[in-house]
Design a protein around this ligand. Structure first.
Ligand code: DAK
Length: 260
């Protein structure tokens, strides 16, 4: 399938989606959001793909936000409706049946930062800059930022970022837990691919259960979340991979995962 605003490729069970509107710093317009929606739907059904890397075209930007020229004329009702559409896409990415890694190659601002927040893991180039500058446009983050950012970096730091609109460097983002790894810009995609292949080589049912336990458990009281963990833990014992993983350990050999 051809996309107007994305490039999609696959290597070693890892798909790479490149958001490709470099002249607008990869800002998300409705057509790009639609392409992303279609690409994730297609990848969810592709059994050869276990992990997805999301990045931006060019060296300057991951995604510089929602497209401001599209947003500017919206009335209140349309803005809420469009916000919900993108929120649904970002929620689909968060609960996607495969791991999603953001490879942040430059500016990740506004909706771009929110897109990265919906991913499982964020790797940034040293040159990346992240922020929620919506306050400077007279709006608030509308694609999950007010909720996912405080869950990741804590409410104080999140409010500081959103109230000032100031960007943080990749090094600061690492320090506050907004990204998990920082690498040289020319190593970004290679590092993301290495991490992706490592995750792709693990038993995928357990991978998905870990993602579920963390994502869903964070919204529960601790006692309920611990019960939920026990249920998911029990599910692992219905898989061939649990039998194989433990047999392989006891027989001192490498496990051969079947993802069953
Ligand atoms: N939208 C549209 N075009 C953008 C853009 C954006 N977010 N960011 C950059 N561009 C365009 C610029 O207009 C410019 O286009 P030309 O003038 O060349 O035609 C080109 O990309 C290059 O940008 P600059 O010339 O500005 O490049 P600089 O290196 O000087 O500056 C910058 C880079 C990233 C610091 C600067 O471009 C910048 O501040 N960009 C805007 C950052 C920002 O405020 N992002 C948006 C946050 S708001 C919605 C709900 C929520 C949202 C959307 C919709 N609905 C309910 C509909 C999300 C909101 C946001 O994300």
């Amino acid at each position: 399938m051809k996309y107007d605003n994305l490039q999609l490729s696959t290597k070693n069970r890892v798909a790479q989606i490149v958001i490709n509107r470099p002249t607008a710093l990869n800002a998300l317009n409705p057509a790009t959001l639609k392409d992303l929606d279609l690409a994730f739907k297609a990848l969810s059904e592709d059994d050869n793909v276990h992990v997805v890397i999301l990045t931006g075209a060019g060296e300057k930007a991951f995604v510089a936000g929602g497209d401001i020229s599209v947003m500017q004329p919206l009335d209140s009702q349309t803005a809420s409706r469009v916000a919900r559409l993108a929120q649904r896409l970002f929620a689909d990415i968060e609960s996607f049946p495969k791991t999603v890694i953001a490879a942040i190659n430059g500016y990740a601002l506004g909706g771009g930062c929110e897109l990265a927040l919906a991913c499982d893991v964020r790797i940034a180039a040293e040159t990346a800059r992240l922020g929620q500058p919506e306050i400077n446009l007279g709006i608030i983050p509308g694609w999950g930022g007010t909720q996912r950012l405080p869950r990741l970096v804590g409410p104080g730091k999140a409010k500081q970022m959103m109230l000032t609109g100031e960007m943080v460097t990749a090094a600061e983002a690492l320090q506050i837990g907004l990204v998990e790894q920082v690498v040289a810009a020319d190593q970004l995609l290679e590092s993301a691919q290495t991490l992706a292949e490592k995750i792709a080589s693990k038993p995928q049912i357990a991978v998905q259960l870990i993602r579920k336990a963390v994502n869903n458990g964070l919204d529960m009281p601790l006692d309920k979340a611990i019960e939920y963990e026990a249920d998911l833990f029990g599910l692992c014992f219905a898989t061939e991979d649990q039998k194989e993983g433990m047999a392989a350990f006891l027989e001192k050999r490498s496990a051969q995962w079947k993802n069953r």
